[in-house]
Design a protein around this ligand. Structure first.
Ligand SMILES: N[C@@H](CCC(=O)N[C@@H](CS)C(=O)NCC(=O)O)C(=O)O
Length: 246
């Protein structure tokens, strides 16, 4: 009997074909859903870049794109960042970072290293979050002064001490903590030129990190690294998230 006479075989072949396509998609590149700007996604972009994982991006520019993600049930808490990876739709920045860090051996070798990595990473994230919100607030000058004081008195001294005699923050190996601290130092220098002058260990660490080929590649123009936020970015974020205003 020829195949056209046996529709169940054709259907089976079709399902097998579709399934293998699906599996390929699941094993393919992660897809990042966010705006065309740094925001909360930039730390994820950095981590993937350092892990040498190529990724695709869906850059949100319209409310319709966002509504579609919501109606598809892709955003558990109705928020981005969202990352499709390994057949999952992951949300919550830190959960995503931890998954990637664990998967690519950037999360320590035991629970004690992991908690230290998370503590250092969170400190860097505290600073980055303060800088991240600046384009969306008023009275930027007062906030900038506050960030600079906190960076110099609270955060950078911790990293300066931790990096004394150590190449990386935890366990002698590159981890999520180093990637986030590195990004944080770049953001601080963009806002406060020369801020690392009083922190030579942190400055040397930053220099060492830039020597890592994957880091150096991501710093080159044309990479998926995003520039500092501008008015277009702010307008796009507000238009997508709050089309009726705040
Ligand atoms: N804790 C969440 C916060 C995510 C978040 O606030 N995302 C913003 C964009 S950066 C958002 O989607 N806001 C819309 C809303 O909260 O309604 C995370 O870290 O991912």
């Amino acid at each position: 009997m020829s195949q056209p006479d046996r529709p169940h075989i054709q259907l089976y072949q079709l399902y097998t074909h579709l399934d293998s396509q699906n599996t390929e998609a699941m094993a393919g590149k992660p897809v990042l859903y966010y705006f065309n700007g740094r925001g909360r996604m930039e730390a994820i972009r950095w981590l993937l870049a350092v892990a040498e994982v190529e990724f695709d991006e869906v850059l949100l520019t319209t409310r319709e794109q966002y509504d579609k993600l919501l109606s598809d049930g892709a955003l558990m808490f109705q928020q981005v960042p969202m990352v499709e990876i390994d057949g999952m739709q992951l949300i919550q920045t830190k959960a995503i970072l931890h998954y990637i860090a664990q998967k690519y051996n950037l999360h320590g070798k035991d629970p004690k290293e992991r908690v230290m990595i998370n503590m250092y990473a969170e400190g860097a994230m505290d600073v980055m979050e303060m800088i991240m919100v600046l384009p969306f607030i008023t009275d930027v000058k007062a906030k900038l002064d506050n960030i600079q004081t906190k960076a110099k008195e609270r955060y950078l001294p911790v990293y300066e001490k931790a990096l004394s005699g150590h190449i990386y923050l935890v366990g002698g190996e590159l981890s999520l903590a180093d990637v986030q601290l590195f990004e944080c130092t770049l953001m601080l220098e963009e806002k406060f030129t020369g801020i690392l002058a009083e922190f030579p260990n942190v400055k040397s660490f930053q220099g060492r990190m830039t020597q890592i080929p994957a880091v150096s590649r991501f710093l080159q123009p044309g990479s998926k690294r995003k520039p500092q936020p501008d008015d277009v970015y702010v307008k796009t974020v507000m238009g997508v998230l709050y089309p009726k205003g705040l």
